[in-house]
Design a protein around this ligand. Structure first.
Ligand code: ZN
Length: 409
C-alpha cells in the first residue's frame, strides 16, 4: 500500500480516532505483523503531542504456546508488572490504542475450558482497575492486515496479494482510501449522530425484530438510557474520540431482563480466536437459556457461562444491511468489521455511560437500574436483508425502524 495513504490512515487513527492531546500517554497494543505501519503510527501519536507511547506487543502464536504450556494456576493470574501497566493507565489516565491484526484461527484447537477459566479470572482481577479508566479517557481500535488474517479473508490469493486486498478493504471501509480521511470521517460521524438523535427523539420502549431466517425477538429499552453513535467524550478528559474505526452503528444498552424469543446469526463470530458459525440464541426474560451452533458450540457455551451477566444482553445495535462493510461482500472474521456490517446484539456488559446522569451514580446504581454488568462483551450479528424492526414508543405508538434490512427513515 502507498506510504502516503498509510500515513493518512495513521493520522486518522491518532488525531481523529484517539484524538491524543499534548502531554497524554498512549498505551499501544499491537502485533508485529505490520511494523512499518506501527512506526508511522507511533510517529503520528508523537506529532499529536503524546508524552510517551508505550508499545505493548502481542503475538497470537506465542499466546497459543502460553495457553498450551503454562499451568492453569499460572495462566489465570497476571504478573505484577502486568497489573502495574493497568494501574499506570489508571493513574496517568493514559489513552489506549489497539491495532488488530490477529489470525482469526490463531487459537484453534486449544483447551477452551482452560483458556476461558484463565481469561475470566484475569478479567475479574482487572475489573476494579479498569473501572478507574473505562469511559474516562480516549481509546480506539483499528485494524491492519496480517498475512494469516488476509489469507483467511482472501484464500485464493497469494500472501502479498491477500495483504494488499485486505489493506484496501480496511482502508475503504474506514473511509481512508480516498480524499481526506479525517474530513470523510467527520462527515460520516455527523450523519451517524443525526440518526441517533432521531432514535432518541422517538423515546422507544421496545424493539421487535423479525426475519425470514427465523429471528423472532423482542427487547425493551430503558427511558433514561440513550442511543449513541460515532464519537464520544471521555468522562474525565472531555476529549472527543472515535472508539472504533470503522463504525456504522447506532447502539444502546437494553433493559437487562427483557429479551425474549430467538435470534439467528447472519455472520460468523470470531470469539477468543475461534470461529462460531450458524448459531441461534434463545432468550427468556433477558436470559439466554439455550444456544445452538453448527460450529463452535462449546466456545459459545463457555462465553455464556463466564459469569452472572454473560447470559444477558448489554447492547443492541442498528446498522443498515447495505452498509459499506456489507457491500464489500467480505466476511472479515473480525468483530471490529463484521459487527459494523449488520444489526447486532452483544452478550455481557452494557454501556453504563449511556444512562443519563451516570456521572453522579455508582456503577452498582447504574446496574440496579437495569444495565447489565459482566466481565465480557461479545457482539454477534443478526442483521439480514429482509429484517424488519418495529419500535414501540412510550405512548404505545408503533414506528417502523428497519424495513427490509435498512433504515425505514
Ligand atoms: Zn456494537
Amino acid at each position: 500500500m502507498e506510504k502516503k495513504i498509510l500515513e493518512n490512515y495513521a493520522k486518522l487513527i491518532a488525531k481523529h480516532g484517539l484524538n491524543v492531546q499534548p502531554g497524554q500517554d498512549v498505551v499501544l497494543t499491537c502485533s508485529m505483523d505490520q511494523m512499518e505501519f506501527i512506526k508511522i503510527l507511533v510517529e503520528q501519536l508523537y506529532l499529536c503531542g503524546a508524552r510517551k507511547v508505550i508499545t505493548n506487543f502481542k503475538d497470537p502464536e506465542i499466546r497459543r504456546l502460553d495457553i498450551q504450556y503454562q499451568k492453569l494456576e499460572d495462566l489465570m493470574v497476571p504478573e505484577k508488572f502486568e497489573i502495574d501497566l493497568q494501574e499506570h493507565i489508571a493513574s496517568r489516565q493514559a489513552c489506549r490504542l489497539f491495532i488488530e491484526s490477529d489470525d482469526p484461527d490463531a487459537l484453534n484447537g486449544i483447551d477452551i475450558e482452560k483458556y476461558s477459566k484463565a481469561m475470566n479470572n484475569i478479567r475479574k482481577i482487572y475489573k476494579p482497575i479498569r473501572e478507574k479508566y473505562d469511559n474516562k479517557v480516549q481509546w480506539c481500535i483499528a485494524g491492519v492486515p496480517s498475512v494469516k488474517w488476509a489469507k483467511k479473508v482472501f484464500p485464493s490469493l497469494n500472501d502479498e496479494e491477500a495483504v494488499e486486498a485486505l489493506w484496501e478493504a480496511i482502508l475503504k471501509t474506514s473511509r481512508a482510501l480516498e480524499g481526506d480521511p479525517i474530513k470523510n470521517f467527520e462527515k460520516h460521524d455527523e450523519n451517524l449522530r443525526k440518526r441517533a438523535e432521531i432514535l432518541n427523539n422517538l423515546h422507544l420502549k421496545k424493539l421487535i425484530y423479525k426475519s425470514k431466517n427465523g429471528t423472532d425477538f423482542s427487547v425493551e429499552l430503558l427511558d433514561n438510557v440513550v442511543w449513541a453513535a460515532g464519537g464520544e467524550y471521555g468522562q474525565v478528559s472531555r476529549i472527543y474520540f472515535q472508539p472504533n474505526i470503522p463504525t456504522e452503528e447506532c447502539f444502546t444498552s437494553p433493559k437487562k431482563d427483557s429479551a425474549n424469543g430467538v435470534v439467528v446469526s447472519t455472520k460468523p463470530l470470531s470469539l477468543n480466536s475461534h470461529i462460531v458459525e450458524d448459531f441461534k440464541v434463545y432468550f427468556k426474560d433477558g436470559k439466554v437459556y439455550k444456544v445452538e451452533a453448527k460450529k463452535g458450540q462449546k466456545i459459545l457455551e463457555e462465553l455464556i457461562a463466564s459469569d452472572e451477566g454473560s447470559s444477558f444482553l448489554g447492547e443492541v445495535a442498528l446498522i443498515p444491511f447495505h452498509s459499506p462493510i456489507n457491500d464489500t461482500g467480505l466476511i472479515f472474521y473480525s468483530t471490529l468489521y463484521d459487527e459494523n456490517a449488520s444489526c447486532h446484539l452483544a452478550l455481557g456488559c452494557g454501556f453504563e455511560n449511556l444512562m443519563v446522569g451516570y456521572e453522579n451514580m455508582t456503577l452498582d446504581e447504574v446496574h440496579e437500574k437495569g444495565i447489565n454488568d459482566s466481565c465480557v462483551h461479545c457482539d454477534f450479528m443478526i442483521g439480514s436483508e429482509d429484517m424488519n424492526i418495529i419500535g414501540i414508543d412510550k405512548n404505545d405508538v408503533e414506528h417502523q425502524i428497519f424495513i427490509n434490512g435498512d433504515w425505514a427513515f
